[in-house]
Design a protein around this ligand. Structure first.
Ligand code: TYM
Length: 329
C-alpha cells in the first residue's frame, strides 16, 4: 500500500445491480480510483444472511465482479476481491461482536427492514451483519468508505466499535469516515418514490438494472410514478419527478438550473424521453464491455485472485494485531 488514503467498499451479489447501486456507490468508486488506494469487495458472505441458491450465488458473485470491471473498476488501479476468500473477515467480526453492545446492534434500522421483508428467516447472521461489515472495513485500515446513504448507520457503528476497541485494548484500527456524495446518495424506486431503489423489491418497474435492454428502460421510465403537475423543477416535495430529475442530473453532469431551463414548458413526456435516452446511452458502453468480459471467466477469476493476493497481508497484519491485543493465542 502507498501513502495514499485507503478506500474500502463492498457490494452484495444479491439480485441485479441497479442505478441506485451505481450512482450511490460504484460510479464514485470508479471516479476516485486515481486519487486513493482502492479496495473493493464482492461481499458474498453478507449475501447468505438471506436465503440463496448456492450455485446461483457463485454465478452471481463472478458476474458482479464482471459488471464492476465493465463499469470501470480498473484492476491496475484498484484491488478487487471476493469476501469469502479471506477468512480474517469472519474471524475479526467475532472479536468485534464481543465488543458491540446488544443495544447498539439492536438500533440498526436495516436489520429491522430486512426482518420485515424476510419474516421467516430472521437469522443471527442478519442481526450480526454490521459486525462483519465493520470487520471488512477495519481489516484494511480504511480511511474512507464510499457508500449510499443507507449504509451511514453501519459506518457509524464501525467507527464506534473501532474507537472502543482502541481505547480498551490499545491502538489497532484506523477510524474510517463515510464518503457519501450528494448526487445519487439515495435513488428512489421508480414505482414508489418514497422507498429506496432496492435489489430485492419485486415490482416490475421498480428499478433500472444496469443490464436492462433499451426498450425495457424506455418502458420503465414511461411508467415511473410522477404527479398531476407538469412543470419540471427540482422540488423535493414532488418525490417522483424529483427522483427522475436527480437521476438525469447525475448522469448528464448538467447543473439544476440548466436542466430546468432545458425542459421549461415541455412537460413530463418530453422529459421522460430525454431521461430514457440518457440512461440508454450511458449504459451502452458498460453493457458492451460486460458482454465482452463475460466470455472470459478465467480473466475475471485471475483478477479476483490477484485481488486476494494483494490485500491479504494487510488483513493478516490487522487481524493478528487485534487477536494479540485481546489475548488470543
Ligand atoms: P448493497 O449491496 O446493498 O449496496 C451496494 C452499494 O449501493 C448503495 N445503494 C444505494 N445508493 C443510492 N441509492 C440506492 N437506492 C441504493 N441502494 C444501494 C449502498 O449504499 C452501497 O454503498 N452493507 C453493504 C455492503 C457492504 C459494505 C461493506 C459496504 C458490506 N461490507 C463494507 C461498504 C463497506 C450493502 O448491503 O450494500
Amino acid at each position: 500500500m502507498s501513502a495514499k488514503k485507503i478506500v474500502f467498499s463492498g457490494i452484495q451479489p444479491t439480485g441485479n445491480i441497479h442505478l441506485g447501486n451505481y450512482l450511490g456507490a460504484v460510479k464514485n468508486w470508479v471516479d476516485m480510483q486515481d486519487v486513493y488506494d482502492n479496495i473493493f469487495c464482492v461481499v458474498n458472505s453478507h449475501a447468505i444472511t438471506i436465503k440463496q441458491d448456492p450455485e446461483e450465488l457463485i454465478k452471481k458473485t463472478i458476474d458482479l465482479a464482471c459488471i464492476l470491471i465493465a463499469c470501470g473498476i480498473d484492476p491496475k488501479k484498484s484491488h478487487l476481491f471476493v469476501q469469502s476468500e479471506i477468512d480474517y473477515h469472519p474471524a475479526l467480526a467475532w472479536i468485534l461482536d464481543c465488543n458491540i453492545f446488544m443495544g447498539d446492534m439492536t438500533r440498526m434500522t436495516q436489520f429491522k427492514d430486512k426482518s420485515k421483508k424476510n419474516p421467516k428467516n430472521i437469522n443471527v447472521g442478519l442481526f450480526n451483519y454490521p459486525a462483519l461489515m465493520a470487520a471488512d472495513i477495519l481489516l484494511y485500515q480504511a480511511d474512507l468508505v464510499p457508500v449510499g446513504n443507507d449504509q451511514k448507520q453501519h459506518i457509524e457503528l464501525t467507527r464506534n466499535v473501532a474507537m472502543k476497541f482502541n481505547r480498551d485494548f490499545g491502538e489497532c484500527f484506523k477510524i474510517p469516515e463515510p464518503l457519501i456524495v450528494e448526487q445519487g446518495a439515495r435513488v428512489m424506486g421508480l414505482d414508489d418514490p418514497l422507498t429506496k431503489m432496492s435489489k430485492s423489491a419485486t415490482g416490475k418497474n421498480h428499478a433500472i438494472f444496469l443490464l436492462d435492454d433499451p426498450d425495457i428502460i424506455v418502458n420503465k421510465i414511461k411508467k415511473a410514478t410522477t404527479d398531476s403537475n407538469s412543470d419540471i423543477v427540482f422540488d423535493e416535495t414532488r418525490h417522483g419527478i424529483y427522483n427522475l430529475l436527480c437521476i438525469y442530473e447525475a448522469l448528464s453532469g448538467k447543473d439544476r438550473i440548466s436542466i430546468e431551463n432545458e425542459f421549461d414548458g415541455k412537460g413530463y413526456g418530453v422529459f421522460k424521453n430525454a431521461l430514457a435516452d440518457i440512461i440508454i446511452n450511458y449504459l451502452k458502453p458498460i453493457q458492451e464491455q460486460y458482454k465482452q468480459l463475460k466470455s472470459d471467466e478465467k480473466y475475471i477469476r485471475d483478477i479476483l485472485q490477484n485481488g486476494v493476493d494483494s490485500v491479504l497481508p494487510l488483513a493478516r497484519d490487522t487481524y493478528n494485531k487485534a487477536k494479540k491485543l485481546v489475548g488470543l493465542i
